[in-house]
Write a protein that binds this ligand. Sequence first.
Ligand code: IPE
Ligand code: IPE
Ligand code: MG
Length: 252
Amino acid sequence: MAPPAKPTDERSGLPAPPRHVAIIMDGNGRWARERGLPRALGHRQGVEAVRRAVRAAIELKITYLTIFSFSSENWNRPIDEIDDLMGLMKRFIRRDLAELHDAGVCIRVIGQRSHVDSELMTLIDEAVELTRKNSKLTLVIAFNYGSRTEIAVAARKLAEQVASGKLDPSEITVECMADALDTSGIPDPDLLIRTSGEMRLSNFLLWQTAYSEFVFLDCYWPDFDKSAFDGAIAEFRSRERRFGGLTKRSMA
Ligand code: IPE
Ligand code: IPE
Ligand code: MG
């Protein structure tokens, strides 16, 4: 398991800048509706915002950026919209992979492989393999992802190890649960951003956000830009992270 985040920057005494930012990219549909456009166009503009977010994360020296791009519950949407979203994911990988690789981005994907068409799965596997050794920014794409399933699958893996005699129940710790999750080896998000004004997690990173700071932005995802990102980071840096303990500020 990755070491826990430090609450403050040791030299400046300010909250440390976030190492890992996770984003629930929400509001594509409303962005389109307000313009009298089809939802598909909102999703297309959403991809532009992803490109801006990746560039900004590199500029801001963030080392992990996790984006929620398709939830396990999004299969409940109309089939045409699902097809649009799958098509956009394929196009994003085909068009942007070389540039992401050149920029030193390592791509990781979390979520279930089931139901995803094989052509897309092949593209995802190739992107992950090509960028495996890059270390400037790890872009974690949560695709066909749902946190409850992730946790249930992790519990099943550990239970199987117990059943086969490889693991004793007393050895099941927070660390070994964390290592059994899709996010194994990735530090917990310091900052979670959700756009579009909704204030819920929608089954995203339930385990990993135990001590994340949450920033909810009113802008719709297609309008997300560097200044919105800077604003969220500034808000994060004004927070006091206590991790259940006390800080100098809280004792003054
Ligand atoms: C986020 O925008 C994209 C996905 C969930 C895939 P939405 O499509 O949820 O947009 P709204 O919430 O309907 O505005
Ligand atoms: C969460 O947004 C999923 C993604 C951003 C991919 P939703 O729009 O699906 O969430 P709910 O349905 O409003 O909770
Ligand atoms: Mg939504």
